[in-house]
Design a protein around this ligand. Sequence first.
Ligand SMILES: Cc1cc2nc3c(=O)[nH]c(=O)nc-3n(C[C@H](O)[C@H](O)[C@H](O)COP(=O)(O)OP(=O)(O)OC[C@H]3O[C@@H](n4cnc5c(N)ncnc54)[C@H](O)[C@@H]3O)c2cc1C
Length: 762
Amino acid sequence: MDYNSQHQQINLNTVMSKMKITKESNKIRIYGAGGHSQVIREVLENNGYEVTETFDDKPSGRHYASKNVTSGARENIENFPHEGHPVIIAVGINAERAEIAGFLKSEFEKAIHESAIIAPTAKIGEGTVVFAGAIIQPNTVIGKHVIINTAASIDHDNVIGDYAHVSPKAALCGHVEVGEGSHVGVGAVVIPKVKIGKWCTIGAGTVVLKDVPDYSTVVGNPGKIIKTKSPELQLNNTSMQSDVAFIGSGISSSFTILHFLDLIENNKEQRKIRINIIDKYHEFHSGIPYGSRSGFSVHLITSLKNFLPEPELGKFIKWLNNNKNWLIDELKKDGGALSLDWVTTHAKKIENNEWEDLFVPRRFFGWYINEKVNKRLEDLKIKGLVDVEYIHGEVKDIEKKDNKYTLSLDNKKTILSEKVVLAVGSMPVNRLWKNEILIEEDKLFFVNDPYNPELGEVLTKIGGFVGKTPDKKLNVLIVGANASGLEMLYKLNDVVEIESQIDKFVLLSTQGLLPDAVINEKRKKEYTPFNLQALAKEETITAKIIAEAAFKDLDYADQIALGAASTVDIISKAFGSLLGKLDAEELKKFACLYGNEIGRRQRCAGFHYSKTVDGLKEEKRFSHIAGRFNDIKKTDTGEYSLEYLDTDSGKNKIHEDPIHIIINCVGSTNLTKPNIPDLFKNMIDKGYTKPNESKIGFEVNESLEASDNLHIVGPLLAGNVFDGKAVWHVEHCGRIIWLSEVLSNKMNEYFFENNKLKKRPI
Ligand SMILES: Cc1cc2nc3c(=O)[nH]c(=O)nc-3n(C[C@H](O)[C@H](O)[C@H](O)COP(=O)(O)OP(=O)(O)OC[C@H]3O[C@@H](n4cnc5c(N)ncnc54)[C@H](O)[C@@H]3O)c2cc1C
């Protein structure tokens, strides 16, 4: 602070003291009876108020010191005494405070501690509380029902939105804006002129150096966006309209949005596009594999260079270089011994920014994509080109009327949209044994979907289960030897509290083969797919002929003990070059049938995962059964045993050891099964979508439309042919990016003509 401002401050103190509330015998009521309510009561009583009544909706949230608490308005809104003495809402959760303010028809009062220093030019809205030692400098405007907590410092020309909360000792420099409902955590620092959007969470101690888009969670120094979520409050909104509604916000919708935003910006004449982004999970722009559902310490199944195509690869690597310190810190915090080993093993490469060959943690990519989409959306919002709403809820039904789709969500909300993009990822997990996601019994812990609700939560529960019998080591069965199966094996061994309590790890898969992990660079160069190459001379070939040649080449690789990791590029390139010889019908067959059959034999996984298996094999704690899961049966001891169909003998067998923990990693269900999601059932019944012969994808046209203005992007595009290219597996990031661009180009053509504005369709 320079001399002038110091001088000004001294004068202000004199003026401010005049603003302090004089003690007068006013009566007031408090809504909320928790800890926060105690502080408000203290301030009010100190200011000479008499608290006549305290209300609360949740008995469980009441502070022991709150006396004579009456039920709040929620129970019986009509009979609540809205009129009477003014009210202060003493509820710490911003969204709840906003909700209560919405339904109370009372007069509201402020509570300002006498030690708070408030500039006379500062404005403070109704229902707002300012606690001891807080400082609010000139020209700052504080909205309604805001909490300015103990010793928070808010400098000049700030704008603090309604229902915000600035926590103790947080420091906001000059010209800062905090949007409606946002929470600035304890001791956070916000540098001058930064704009924090609405309903954001700024973690304790965070140092915010740049603008924060709506609904973001920011942590660290410098502050990083770690989540984008919509508050529950939004669910109370009435039906929302949009030009485009995205159902699902994983990487398929994120890449579509990114490319579409570029196109919107490039148009000569611009028009505001209204976008709704809906997800059933409370996190946006990362999806299942790259967000919280997968945790922070699971890795890509391929090296980074095989995961992402250029130019995205280069951009991501640049971002990794700039962010690696906090990323590695977070990985170490979330992971255990194996994660630490990964960091140590690759320390040199990470230090030298040599990421291409690493199987980086998937969450790194999730942070990257989330930050990127948020920035772009914010950018275009500021330019007035888009309006965006994030909506949390599961879309259960869809109905078309008058050229608009109505989406119905599980929380009874509806969304109207001209265009709809179905970006909901792969089919849900095929459940084994019972339909529940988690089944916990005395001697059994059964997991049907390890990423539901989140891998971290599932592992914590497994930890709790093994902890119940500290003197007994348990056995784990993982069903399915795909990347997820190996991932679970890795994570169970990464968490020391679990690993130390497990005796044996059993893997059950039909082939009895593990995905391959080790690339033999020397032998790879010597391998030639002769059978596929021979077809290059043939004029007419069929999808089946290509597949048979590929299988022969794969058999040969097996014979010479060269694994899928070493042959996958070579074989894929060889059959890929033959697909151009197929006519339209044969290409479709390849997309629906043979592509996936070949793919099933080309499964790869990371070296760090296979290292875990090797370690367990050495300790004689690992077995791999080739068979199909039949059932589990309770034995006389109350433990369960596994019944399976043995692949070699074709006979039913019972595994000799009891099984205590079972993790289902068999993969996705398909569209012929009865228990597909309600949304898919409804879309099929109404004729909006038609499953194709792949059984895992829907039929679409070249605009990726299943029917007019109902587009699909991501894994559900399997079994289609676009621009002469067959797609059978839309999981790889490169393919997702390509198809997202195809879709965004079509959307651009729809909304704009020759870079010019088209009439707004709705
Ligand atoms: C665990 C896992 C690990 C993977 N690892 C790799 C890897 O290492 N390398 C690789 O190349 N590929 C990997 N993949 C495959 C690939 O990356 C994914 O298939 C890809 O992320 C698909 O993106 P998406 O946006 O289409 O789907 P998702 O990421 O599944 O996102 C779809 C979103 O839609 C939401 N949603 C679903 N239904 C509804 C509804 N009715 N209403 C509202 N929201 C809904 C979901 O909550 C989800 O957020 C992995 C896949 C999984 C599942």
